[in-house]
Design a binder for this molecule. Structure first.
Ligand code: ADP
Ligand code: ADP
Ligand code: MG
Length: 484
């Protein structure tokens, strides 16, 4: 029987993830409320939602304004808020404000977000639960004492080490330190940067794992103590510690190891009293030792690849769990099938140090289609990319029965994809797909450093480009029927 009580859900986000959540809300038969700032006046999430609330001129400040969003939610008699990723998603005060105002927060409790949002506290919780992690310090004290702590740690474990912001996220606030003079120099500047970016100047050290694979596990937990995992994802292909390409499942062949990583993720989630969807991140070294890194307390950008190989709609499940429904499937019901790869197509110029292409208008947009292809985007022909937000335009996720089939399909889709106006990461991704190391699954987090030549491409004559010319030609013929 369908639940006849119609719920209203406010989506406190923008871009592709706002659309992703709105789709799930509407599929459940619920009402979706969008919020937006002035630079997003032309954004699709406003059109897709059933209702929309203008928050202010922003930019960014209004999407981050807890009071305004809560007030809008109460005025529109909203039942629940989905935070998406980024913005307020991992701000414990937001989850708390929802709770205090009788709104369901679609995510974990504020205590869980607060604890896991601090990498040092998260490490303490995992340490107590007996979960293996790279050696690390606690929060470094201020001044000379902190420097002494850091030096002592490096003396014990040796360089290189990682200097990390305890409140860090999105690959920011992480620095590799190779020697003592760099350590002395970087601690104060890292603190200042962390303060500016995360409003928290705490930093700590971790031993650096040399050329690891980034392997993470999608977990889902309901409010009745049922916690399941949806298998692994490999997110090793990164730039400046931020993911570009994500694969499910990990290509590590040792299935016993994969099973242990997944079990550890479930144990970690339970140790943190985790509810709703989350991601437990690990580093795997060349000897196949794995180490806990952090838990992200929200939907991830790359959740699509796990959906493709399990068939589970993670956002739909998030909403149901938040309203107090028990998980309707158990671990044995979850069967992994095939492979999925996601590429984050960004409006950036790879050949110009991945400079954002904001401010440009999309003049031609033609996306690939067909079997095994999924697109999560929000741009359209005529859309001008606002200056104030991140450069993600569309996530291309492909699914295939075998790894080779998936890579072949991805290549075909990248060739078919036409985005004119802003430069995008598509030509660079085509080079990745054609790279034998990628094809052989031979990559770790140093992939971009060791494959710099993939960025040095000539603007390629892809089928997509040919198609774009064809479309332009047809358009011209329509508009100028008598031209010769
Ligand atoms: P964020 O919160 O920004 O996602 P993480 O702690 O998850 O930060 O680290 C992001 C990336 O930085 C990892 O995927 C990995 O590439 C690199 N990294 C982080 N810690 C280490 C470490 N101790 N050794 C080697 N690489 C690391
Ligand atoms: P519904 O919302 O259709 O009642 P559930 O609440 O049972 O679905 O589950 C949430 C999500 O998990 C949906 O995307 C559903 O299709 C998926 N799902 C449920 N059971 C299984 C299963 N055994 N294997 C794969 N996916 C499942
Ligand atoms: Mg991380």
């Amino acid at each position: 029987m369908r639940c006849i009580l119609k719920k209203k859900i406010l989506v406190a986000n923008r871009g592709e993830i706002a659309l992703r959540v709105i789709r799930a809300v509407q599929e459940l038969g619920y009402t979706a409320v969008a919020v937006y700032e002035t630079p997003d006046n032309d954004a699709l999430h406003i059109r897709a939602a059933d209702e929309a609330v203008w928050l202010g001129d922003g930019p960014r400040t209004d999407y981050l304004n807890i009071d305004k969003i809560i007030r809008a939610a109460k005025r529109l008699e909203v039942d629940a808020i989905h935070p998406g990723y980024g913005f307020l998603a991992e701000n414990p005060d937001f989850s708390k404000a929802c709770e205090d105002n009788g709104l369901v927060f679609i995510g974990p409790s504020f205590e869980v977000i607060r604890n896991l949002g601090d990498k040092v506290i998260a490490r303490q919780i995992m340490n107590e639960a007996g979960i293996s992690m790279v050696p690390g310090t606690s929060n470094l004290s201020h001044g000379e004492a902190g420097v002494a702590e850091a030096k002592a740690f490096a003396a014990t474990y040796g360089y290189p080490v990682m200097l990390k912001a305890t409140a860090g996220g999105g690959g920011r606030g992480i620095r590799r330190i190779d020697n003592e003079s760099q350590l002395l120099q970087d601690i104060p500047s890292a603190r200042a940067e962390a303060k500016a970016a995360f409003n928290n100047d705490s930093v700590y050290l971790e031993k650096l794992v040399l050329n690891p694979k980034h392997v993470e596990v999608q977990i889902i937990a309901d409010q009745f103590g049922n916690t399941v995992h949806l298998g692994t994802r490999d997110c090793s292909i990164q730039r400046r510690n931020q993911k570009l390409v994500e694969i499910a499942p990990s290509l590590i062949k040792d299935q016993d190891l994969i099973e242990r990583i997944c079990q550890t993720a479930v144990k970690a989630a339970k140790a943190a009293s985790y509810t709703n969807a989350g991601t437990v991140e690990f580093l795997v070294d060349k000897d196949m030792n794995y180490y806990f890194m952090e838990i992200n307390t929200r939907i991830q950008v790359e959740h699509t690849v796990s959906e493709m190989i399990t068939g589970i709609d993670i956002v739909r499940t998030q909403i149901k769990i938040a309203f107090g429904k028990q998980l309707s499937f158990c671990q044995e019901d979850i069967k992994l099938r095939g492979y999925a790869i996601e590429m984050r197509i960004n409006a950036e110029d790879p050949r110009n140090n991945f400079m954002p292409e904001a401010g440009k208008t999309v003049t031609v947009y033609r996306s690939p289609g067909g079997y095994g292809v999924r697109l999560d985007g929000f741009v359209y022909q005529g859309y001008t990319i606002p200056e104030s937000y991140d450069s993600l335009l569309v996530k291309l996720t492909v699914f295939g029965f075998s790894w080779n089939e998936t890579v072949d399909r991805l290549r075909r889709c990248l060739r078919n994809f036409v985005i004119h106006g802003p430069k995008t990461t598509i030509p660079f991704y085509l080079n990745i797909v054609n790279d034998p190391d990628f094809q052989n699954g031979d990559f770790n987090t140093s992939y971009l450093d060791t494959h710099q030549y993939l960025i040095d491409y000539e603007e390629q004559c892809t089928e997509g480009n040919k198609l774009a010319r064809l479309i332009a030609e047809i358009q011209y013929r329509k508009e100028n029927p008598y031209a010769i």
